[in-house]
Design a protein around this ligand. Structure first.
Ligand code: ACO
Length: 328
Protein backbone atom coordinates (compact mmCIF):
# COMPACT_ATOMS: atom_id res chain seq x y z
CA UNK A 1 0.00 0.00 0.00
CA UNK A 2 1.12 3.57 -0.62
CA UNK A 3 2.22 5.58 2.43
CA UNK A 4 -1.12 7.41 2.46
CA UNK A 5 -4.18 5.18 2.60
CA UNK A 6 -7.88 5.99 2.58
CA UNK A 7 -9.86 4.25 5.32
CA UNK A 8 -13.48 4.36 6.45
CA UNK A 9 -13.49 5.52 10.08
CA UNK A 10 -17.24 5.91 10.65
CA UNK A 11 -20.52 4.67 9.18
CA UNK A 12 -24.18 5.51 9.65
CA UNK A 13 -27.56 4.97 8.05
CA UNK A 14 -31.10 6.26 8.22
CA UNK A 15 -34.39 4.81 6.98
CA UNK A 16 -37.90 6.24 6.75
CA UNK A 17 -40.16 4.99 9.54
CA UNK A 18 -42.93 3.98 7.18
CA UNK A 19 -42.74 0.36 5.94
CA UNK A 20 -44.45 -1.07 2.84
CA UNK A 21 -45.00 -4.83 3.10
CA UNK A 22 -45.64 -7.37 0.37
CA UNK A 23 -49.16 -7.84 1.77
CA UNK A 24 -49.83 -4.15 1.21
CA UNK A 25 -48.45 -4.37 -2.36
CA UNK A 26 -50.82 -7.28 -3.06
CA UNK A 27 -53.65 -4.78 -2.61
CA UNK A 28 -52.06 -2.27 -5.01
CA UNK A 29 -50.98 -4.40 -8.01
CA UNK A 30 -51.48 -7.93 -9.35
CA UNK A 31 -48.73 -9.66 -7.34
CA UNK A 32 -48.30 -11.94 -4.34
CA UNK A 33 -46.05 -12.18 -1.31
CA UNK A 34 -45.01 -15.62 -2.59
CA UNK A 35 -43.94 -14.25 -6.03
CA UNK A 36 -42.01 -11.33 -4.55
CA UNK A 37 -40.20 -13.45 -1.95
CA UNK A 38 -39.25 -16.27 -4.31
CA UNK A 39 -38.26 -14.00 -7.25
CA UNK A 40 -36.48 -11.24 -5.25
CA UNK A 41 -36.09 -12.17 -1.54
CA UNK A 42 -37.80 -8.92 -0.53
CA UNK A 43 -40.45 -8.94 2.25
CA UNK A 44 -40.69 -5.22 2.97
CA UNK A 45 -39.13 -1.86 2.10
CA UNK A 46 -39.07 1.55 3.84
CA UNK A 47 -40.87 4.36 2.01
CA UNK A 48 -40.54 8.08 2.81
CA UNK A 49 -43.67 9.89 3.94
CA UNK A 50 -45.13 13.02 2.37
CA UNK A 51 -42.95 16.06 2.97
CA UNK A 52 -39.79 13.99 3.46
CA UNK A 53 -36.90 14.34 1.00
CA UNK A 54 -33.50 12.83 0.25
CA UNK A 55 -31.22 15.22 2.16
CA UNK A 56 -33.13 14.62 5.42
CA UNK A 57 -32.14 10.96 5.46
CA UNK A 58 -28.70 11.70 4.01
CA UNK A 59 -27.98 14.19 6.78
CA UNK A 60 -29.22 11.82 9.51
CA UNK A 61 -26.97 9.04 8.15
CA UNK A 62 -24.05 11.47 7.89
CA UNK A 63 -24.45 12.63 11.51
CA UNK A 64 -24.30 9.01 12.70
CA UNK A 65 -21.17 8.34 10.63
CA UNK A 66 -19.49 11.53 11.90
CA UNK A 67 -20.39 10.58 15.51
CA UNK A 68 -18.84 7.13 15.11
CA UNK A 69 -15.73 8.65 13.52
CA UNK A 70 -15.46 11.40 16.15
CA UNK A 71 -15.12 13.93 13.33
CA UNK A 72 -16.47 17.48 13.49
CA UNK A 73 -18.26 18.62 10.28
CA UNK A 74 -15.81 21.54 10.09
CA UNK A 75 -13.03 19.00 9.43
CA UNK A 76 -14.65 17.77 6.20
CA UNK A 77 -12.80 18.68 3.00
CA UNK A 78 -15.33 17.13 0.62
CA UNK A 79 -18.93 15.89 0.68
CA UNK A 80 -20.03 13.54 -2.10
CA UNK A 81 -23.69 12.61 -2.27
CA UNK A 82 -24.23 9.59 -4.52
CA UNK A 83 -27.83 9.91 -5.64
CA UNK A 84 -30.19 9.71 -8.59
CA UNK A 85 -33.01 11.14 -6.43
CA UNK A 86 -31.82 14.66 -5.65
CA UNK A 87 -33.88 17.04 -3.51
CA UNK A 88 -34.00 19.35 -6.56
CA UNK A 89 -32.49 19.53 -10.04
CA UNK A 90 -30.38 22.41 -8.73
CA UNK A 91 -28.35 22.76 -6.53
CA UNK A 92 -26.65 19.49 -5.60
CA UNK A 93 -28.19 17.60 -2.68
CA UNK A 94 -24.67 17.49 -1.19
CA UNK A 95 -24.93 21.28 -0.69
CA UNK A 96 -28.09 20.84 1.40
CA UNK A 97 -26.27 18.22 3.48
CA UNK A 98 -23.31 20.58 3.87
CA UNK A 99 -25.58 23.37 5.09
CA UNK A 100 -27.46 21.12 7.53
CA UNK A 101 -24.16 19.86 8.99
CA UNK A 102 -22.44 23.27 8.99
CA UNK A 103 -19.48 21.77 7.10
CA UNK A 104 -18.21 25.17 6.01
CA UNK A 105 -14.85 24.11 4.55
CA UNK A 106 -16.10 21.30 2.33
CA UNK A 107 -16.49 21.09 -1.44
CA UNK A 108 -19.90 19.48 -2.03
CA UNK A 109 -21.34 17.81 -5.12
CA UNK A 110 -23.53 14.93 -6.30
CA UNK A 111 -22.53 11.81 -8.15
CA UNK A 112 -25.09 10.12 -10.40
CA UNK A 113 -23.92 6.54 -10.89
CA UNK A 114 -27.20 4.90 -9.75
CA UNK A 115 -26.69 1.79 -7.63
CA UNK A 116 -22.92 1.96 -8.11
CA UNK A 117 -22.78 5.49 -6.69
CA UNK A 118 -21.29 4.50 -3.36
CA UNK A 119 -18.44 2.51 -4.94
CA UNK A 120 -17.82 5.25 -7.53
CA UNK A 121 -17.71 7.72 -4.62
CA UNK A 122 -15.30 5.57 -2.63
CA UNK A 123 -12.99 5.38 -5.63
CA UNK A 124 -13.00 9.17 -6.02
CA UNK A 125 -12.53 9.66 -2.27
CA UNK A 126 -9.54 7.33 -2.34
CA UNK A 127 -8.06 9.35 -5.22
CA UNK A 128 -8.40 12.77 -3.60
CA UNK A 129 -7.08 11.43 -0.31
CA UNK A 130 -4.08 9.63 -1.81
CA UNK A 131 -3.20 12.69 -3.89
CA UNK A 132 -3.09 14.74 -0.70
CA UNK A 133 -5.84 17.16 -1.84
CA UNK A 134 -8.26 16.07 0.90
CA UNK A 135 -7.78 14.56 4.33
CA UNK A 136 -11.39 13.81 5.25
CA UNK A 137 -14.28 13.01 2.91
CA UNK A 138 -17.93 12.38 3.74
CA UNK A 139 -19.61 10.03 1.28
CA UNK A 140 -23.36 9.52 1.42
CA UNK A 141 -25.50 7.21 -0.72
CA UNK A 142 -29.08 8.45 -0.45
CA UNK A 143 -32.15 7.61 -2.52
CA UNK A 144 -35.90 8.11 -2.41
CA UNK A 145 -36.68 5.95 -5.42
CA UNK A 146 -40.31 5.72 -4.29
CA UNK A 147 -40.68 9.21 -5.80
CA UNK A 148 -39.96 7.77 -9.27
CA UNK A 149 -41.59 4.35 -8.94
CA UNK A 150 -44.81 3.71 -10.83
CA UNK A 151 -47.04 2.02 -8.24
CA UNK A 152 -49.14 0.57 -11.08
CA UNK A 153 -46.09 -1.27 -12.56
CA UNK A 154 -45.70 -4.55 -10.68
CA UNK A 155 -42.29 -5.30 -12.19
CA UNK A 156 -40.63 -2.30 -10.52
CA UNK A 157 -42.76 -1.24 -7.55
CA UNK A 158 -42.03 -4.40 -5.57
CA UNK A 159 -38.25 -3.91 -5.73
CA UNK A 160 -37.31 -0.42 -4.65
CA UNK A 161 -37.10 1.17 -1.21
CA UNK A 162 -35.85 4.44 0.32
CA UNK A 163 -32.93 5.12 2.65
CA UNK A 164 -29.46 6.57 3.14
CA UNK A 165 -26.06 5.29 4.23
CA UNK A 166 -22.90 7.27 4.93
CA UNK A 167 -19.18 6.80 5.51
CA UNK A 168 -16.42 9.10 6.72
CA UNK A 169 -13.19 8.38 4.86
CA UNK A 170 -9.88 9.70 6.14
CA UNK A 171 -6.22 9.62 5.22
CA UNK A 172 -4.18 7.23 7.33
CA UNK A 173 -0.65 5.89 7.32
CA UNK A 174 -1.84 2.64 8.88
CA UNK A 175 -1.91 -0.40 6.57
CA UNK A 176 -5.69 -0.43 6.13
CA UNK A 177 -8.44 1.06 3.99
CA UNK A 178 -9.12 0.70 0.27
CA UNK A 179 -6.87 -1.94 -1.31
CA UNK A 180 -8.43 -2.26 -4.78
CA UNK A 181 -11.10 -0.32 -6.64
CA UNK A 182 -12.49 -1.08 -10.08
CA UNK A 183 -15.35 0.90 -11.63
CA UNK A 184 -16.77 0.67 -15.16
CA UNK A 185 -19.83 1.54 -17.27
CA UNK A 186 -21.58 0.41 -20.45
CA UNK A 187 -23.71 3.26 -21.80
CA UNK A 188 -24.95 1.07 -24.66
CA UNK A 189 -27.29 -0.49 -22.10
CA UNK A 190 -28.74 2.82 -20.87
CA UNK A 191 -32.29 1.80 -21.80
CA UNK A 192 -32.22 -1.23 -19.51
CA UNK A 193 -33.12 1.07 -16.62
CA UNK A 194 -33.99 4.72 -17.04
CA UNK A 195 -36.33 7.56 -16.11
CA UNK A 196 -36.78 9.50 -19.36
CA UNK A 197 -38.79 12.55 -18.28
CA UNK A 198 -37.74 15.72 -16.51
CA UNK A 199 -34.29 16.15 -18.08
CA UNK A 200 -33.30 18.15 -21.14
CA UNK A 201 -34.35 15.43 -23.60
CA UNK A 202 -37.96 15.33 -22.41
CA UNK A 203 -38.44 18.43 -20.24
CA UNK A 204 -41.39 18.23 -17.86
CA UNK A 205 -44.67 19.06 -19.58
CA UNK A 206 -48.28 17.98 -19.45
CA UNK A 207 -47.47 15.49 -22.18
CA UNK A 208 -44.52 13.88 -20.31
CA UNK A 209 -46.73 13.49 -17.26
CA UNK A 210 -49.54 11.96 -19.34
CA UNK A 211 -47.07 9.52 -20.94
CA UNK A 212 -45.73 8.58 -17.47
CA UNK A 213 -42.20 9.50 -18.54
CA UNK A 214 -41.23 10.56 -15.01
CA UNK A 215 -41.36 6.97 -13.78
CA UNK A 216 -38.60 4.32 -13.79
CA UNK A 217 -38.67 1.99 -16.80
CA UNK A 218 -36.82 -1.29 -16.44
CA UNK A 219 -35.99 -4.35 -18.57
CA UNK A 220 -35.64 -6.49 -15.48
CA UNK A 221 -34.93 -9.84 -17.02
CA UNK A 222 -32.13 -8.57 -19.29
CA UNK A 223 -30.70 -6.49 -16.46
CA UNK A 224 -30.65 -9.55 -14.23
CA UNK A 225 -28.32 -11.40 -16.61
CA UNK A 226 -26.03 -8.41 -17.13
CA UNK A 227 -25.87 -7.89 -13.38
CA UNK A 228 -24.78 -11.45 -12.66
CA UNK A 229 -22.16 -11.37 -15.42
CA UNK A 230 -20.72 -7.94 -14.60
CA UNK A 231 -20.71 -8.34 -10.82
CA UNK A 232 -18.86 -11.63 -11.15
CA UNK A 233 -16.34 -10.25 -13.64
CA UNK A 234 -15.51 -7.02 -11.81
CA UNK A 235 -15.22 -8.83 -8.46
CA UNK A 236 -12.78 -11.31 -10.01
CA UNK A 237 -10.72 -8.42 -11.43
CA UNK A 238 -10.51 -6.69 -8.04
CA UNK A 239 -9.51 -9.98 -6.37
CA UNK A 240 -6.88 -10.59 -9.10
CA UNK A 241 -5.44 -7.10 -8.52
CA UNK A 242 -4.57 -8.24 -5.00
CA UNK A 243 -3.80 -11.87 -5.92
CA UNK A 244 -6.53 -12.87 -3.49
CA UNK A 245 -8.79 -15.92 -3.62
CA UNK A 246 -12.55 -15.35 -3.17
CA UNK A 247 -12.54 -16.94 0.28
CA UNK A 248 -9.72 -14.65 1.47
CA UNK A 249 -12.56 -12.18 1.81
CA UNK A 250 -14.09 -12.11 5.31
CA UNK A 251 -17.24 -10.31 4.19
CA UNK A 252 -18.80 -10.01 0.74
CA UNK A 253 -21.27 -7.14 0.64
CA UNK A 254 -22.97 -6.95 -2.76
CA UNK A 255 -25.50 -4.34 -3.83
CA UNK A 256 -28.88 -5.54 -2.61
CA UNK A 257 -30.79 -5.74 -5.90
CA UNK A 258 -32.25 -9.22 -5.86
CA UNK A 259 -31.42 -12.16 -3.57
CA UNK A 260 -31.18 -14.43 -6.63
CA UNK A 261 -28.55 -12.12 -8.17
CA UNK A 262 -26.54 -12.25 -4.92
CA UNK A 263 -26.78 -16.05 -4.80
CA UNK A 264 -25.81 -16.48 -8.46
CA UNK A 265 -22.75 -14.21 -8.10
CA UNK A 266 -21.72 -15.86 -4.83
CA UNK A 267 -21.90 -19.29 -6.46
CA UNK A 268 -19.98 -18.21 -9.57
CA UNK A 269 -17.22 -16.64 -7.48
CA UNK A 270 -17.17 -19.68 -5.19
CA UNK A 271 -17.52 -17.61 -2.03
CA UNK A 272 -18.72 -19.41 1.09
CA UNK A 273 -22.33 -18.15 1.56
CA UNK A 274 -21.61 -17.67 5.29
CA UNK A 275 -19.35 -14.75 4.27
CA UNK A 276 -22.10 -12.94 2.33
CA UNK A 277 -24.28 -10.21 3.82
CA UNK A 278 -27.89 -9.72 2.87
CA UNK A 279 -30.56 -7.40 4.24
CA UNK A 280 -32.74 -7.26 1.12
CA UNK A 281 -35.65 -8.96 2.92
CA UNK A 282 -36.03 -5.91 5.23
CA UNK A 283 -34.77 -3.05 3.07
CA UNK A 284 -35.34 -3.87 -0.62
CA UNK A 285 -33.21 -2.22 -3.30
CA UNK A 286 -32.15 1.26 -2.15
CA UNK A 287 -29.74 1.88 -5.05
CA UNK A 288 -26.63 3.83 -3.95
CA UNK A 289 -27.72 3.58 -0.28
CA UNK A 290 -27.75 -0.20 -0.27
CA UNK A 291 -24.05 -0.91 0.31
CA UNK A 292 -23.45 1.76 2.99
CA UNK A 293 -26.62 0.71 4.84
CA UNK A 294 -25.38 -2.89 4.83
CA UNK A 295 -21.88 -1.83 5.84
CA UNK A 296 -23.18 0.19 8.78
CA UNK A 297 -25.35 -2.72 9.94
CA UNK A 298 -22.30 -5.03 9.79
CA UNK A 299 -20.07 -2.57 11.65
CA UNK A 300 -22.60 -1.95 14.43
CA UNK A 301 -23.37 -5.67 14.78
CA UNK A 302 -19.65 -6.50 15.17
CA UNK A 303 -19.67 -8.50 11.94
CA UNK A 304 -16.66 -6.45 10.77
CA UNK A 305 -13.53 -6.44 12.92
CA UNK A 306 -10.21 -4.61 12.57
CA UNK A 307 -8.04 -6.42 10.02
CA UNK A 308 -11.01 -8.00 8.19
CA UNK A 309 -11.10 -7.87 4.39
CA UNK A 310 -14.39 -6.66 2.87
CA UNK A 311 -15.35 -6.89 -0.78
CA UNK A 312 -18.23 -4.71 -2.00
CA UNK A 313 -19.66 -5.02 -5.51
CA UNK A 314 -22.44 -3.15 -7.28
CA UNK A 315 -24.21 -2.62 -10.59
CA UNK A 316 -26.94 -0.23 -11.61
CA UNK A 317 -28.51 1.96 -14.24
CA UNK A 318 -26.11 3.17 -16.91
CA UNK A 319 -25.19 0.40 -16.70
CA UNK A 320 -22.53 1.10 -14.12
CA UNK A 321 -20.69 -1.46 -12.07
CA UNK A 322 -17.79 -1.73 -9.69
CA UNK A 323 -15.98 -3.62 -6.95
CA UNK A 324 -13.97 -2.29 -4.02
CA UNK A 325 -11.89 -4.38 -1.61
CA UNK A 326 -10.79 -2.86 1.67
CA UNK A 327 -9.13 -3.84 4.92
CA UNK A 328 -11.04 -2.67 8.02
N1 ACO B 1 -45.71 -10.09 -9.35
C1 ACO B 1 -46.13 -11.08 -10.12
N2 ACO B 1 -45.69 -11.32 -11.37
C2 ACO B 1 -44.77 -10.47 -11.84
C3 ACO B 1 -44.26 -9.39 -11.09
C4 ACO B 1 -44.77 -9.21 -9.79
N3 ACO B 1 -44.35 -8.24 -8.99
N4 ACO B 1 -43.35 -8.73 -11.84
C5 ACO B 1 -43.25 -9.37 -13.02
N5 ACO B 1 -44.12 -10.41 -13.04
C6 ACO B 1 -44.37 -11.37 -14.10
C7 ACO B 1 -44.06 -10.83 -15.47
O1 ACO B 1 -45.12 -10.06 -15.96
C8 ACO B 1 -43.84 -12.10 -16.26
O2 ACO B 1 -45.09 -12.61 -16.59
P1 ACO B 1 -45.33 -13.33 -18.02
O3 ACO B 1 -44.42 -14.52 -18.00
O4 ACO B 1 -46.77 -13.67 -17.97
O5 ACO B 1 -44.95 -12.32 -19.06
C9 ACO B 1 -43.20 -13.05 -15.22
O6 ACO B 1 -43.50 -12.49 -13.94
C10 ACO B 1 -41.71 -13.21 -15.38
O7 ACO B 1 -41.16 -11.89 -15.55
P2 ACO B 1 -39.61 -11.66 -15.58
O8 ACO B 1 -39.34 -10.21 -15.75
O9 ACO B 1 -38.97 -12.62 -16.54
O10 ACO B 1 -39.25 -12.12 -14.08
P3 ACO B 1 -37.86 -12.28 -13.42
O11 ACO B 1 -37.70 -13.61 -12.84
O12 ACO B 1 -36.75 -11.76 -14.30
O13 ACO B 1 -37.97 -11.30 -12.17
C11 ACO B 1 -37.23 -9.11 -11.59
C12 ACO B 1 -38.22 -9.94 -12.40
C13 ACO B 1 -37.46 -9.38 -10.12
C14 ACO B 1 -37.46 -7.65 -11.90
C15 ACO B 1 -35.78 -9.54 -11.97
O14 ACO B 1 -35.66 -9.57 -13.37
C16 ACO B 1 -34.73 -8.63 -11.43
O15 ACO B 1 -34.55 -8.53 -10.23
N6 ACO B 1 -33.95 -7.97 -12.33
C17 ACO B 1 -32.89 -7.09 -11.93
C18 ACO B 1 -33.52 -5.78 -11.66
C19 ACO B 1 -32.64 -4.89 -10.84
O16 ACO B 1 -31.85 -5.33 -10.06
N7 ACO B 1 -32.85 -3.60 -11.06
C20 ACO B 1 -32.21 -2.62 -10.29
C21 ACO B 1 -30.86 -2.30 -10.78
S1 ACO B 1 -30.16 -1.30 -9.65
C22 ACO B 1 -30.39 0.41 -10.01
O17 ACO B 1 -29.61 0.99 -10.70
C23 ACO B 1 -31.52 1.13 -9.38
Amino acid sequence: MSPLNAAIIGTGHALPENVLTNDQLEKMVDTSDEWIVTRTGIRQRHIAGPGEYTSLFATAAARRALDMAGVDPAELDMIICATVCPDMMLPATACFIQSALGAKRAAAYDMAAACSGFLYGLTVAEGVIKSGRCRTVLLVGAELLSRYVDYTDRSTCVIFGDGAGAAVIRATEEPKGILAARIRSDGDLADYLYTPGGGTRYPASEETVKKRLHYIKMRGNELFKVAVRNLTQISREALDDLKMAPNDVDLFLPHQANQRITEAVTARLGIDPARVYSNIDRIGNTSSASIPIGLDECVRAGRVRPGDTIMMASFGAGVTYGAVIMRW
